[in-house]
Design a protein around this ligand. Sequence first.
Ligand code: FAD
Length: 259
Amino acid sequence: MNVLLVYAHPEPTSLNGALKDFSVNRLQRAGHTVRVSDLYAMKWKATLDAFDDTDHVPGTAFHPSLGSKHAFENGTQSEDIAAEQEKLKWADAVILQFPLWWFSMPAILKGWVERIYAYGFAYGVGEHSDQRWGDRYGEGSLAGKRAMLVVTTGGWEPHYGERGINGPIDDILFPINHGVLFYPGFDVLPPFVVYRTSKMDEARFAQTSEALGRRLDELWSTRPIPYRRQNGGDYSIPECTLRDDILPEQTGLSVHVAK
Ligand code: FAD
């Protein structure tokens, strides 16, 4: 299988760097082909702007969505964007690995998503009408592929528990798991989270990497998070609201997971 590991940490000797090296080794030893997009090492340009469409005429207005659509349709995207899209098409599974920074991914990784998730590639796919609201949330260009987050946090596990002050980790990662990964079609696996990183030592690193190794060994057999598919009958279209008869008393992010 082909695995793309997208990695966002500025320091190779960091905990994240060690976990990334461990993952690459483990996957290769299991016979997989691994490619790494090491965003800091690549000096990835994080800002989406007019330079992303080589066809853009300086001095004319730049529209982020329509510029992206034009460039994707006409093959005028900047080379770095097209190269990352090719890696996504090549991959059977994609791992996004990053330290949690201000309750989300580091800006460089957000910029990777913003720039390579072009209009026509990751969004704006399929028929949009009163009967159908596009191929998304379970369908789309990346359907059939698996994705998983590997995340490290300074906060303790209970800080991210159901009643923890930071909010439940599944809620914090929902915009990435559901919004960034499930939206264009990935089957999203439960995240691998390493909490309280300041308390890492050699013994804990050995346990942590072994646990990560098991998750990598089970990349193809782990049951994805059962997010509801937009076009699977659970939502009213075109409102895209959960049907009134499903969990009628409940609201919030968890209603989009079929328990
Ligand atoms: P490192 O700092 O490199 O290492 C952590 C520990 O692991 C160190 O003690 C190191 O000695 C040890 N270690 C490293 N490699 C090994 C190895 N191979 N074997 C054994 N031990 C090793 N945290 C939150 O919970 N929520 C937030 O919103 C949040 N926001 C942040 C925002 C910013 C801008 C920053 C800088 C940090 C934030 N943090 C937050 C904390 C952040 O998530 C952690 O600092 C990060 O996850 C630690 O990962 P690292 O790879 O940088 O670890």
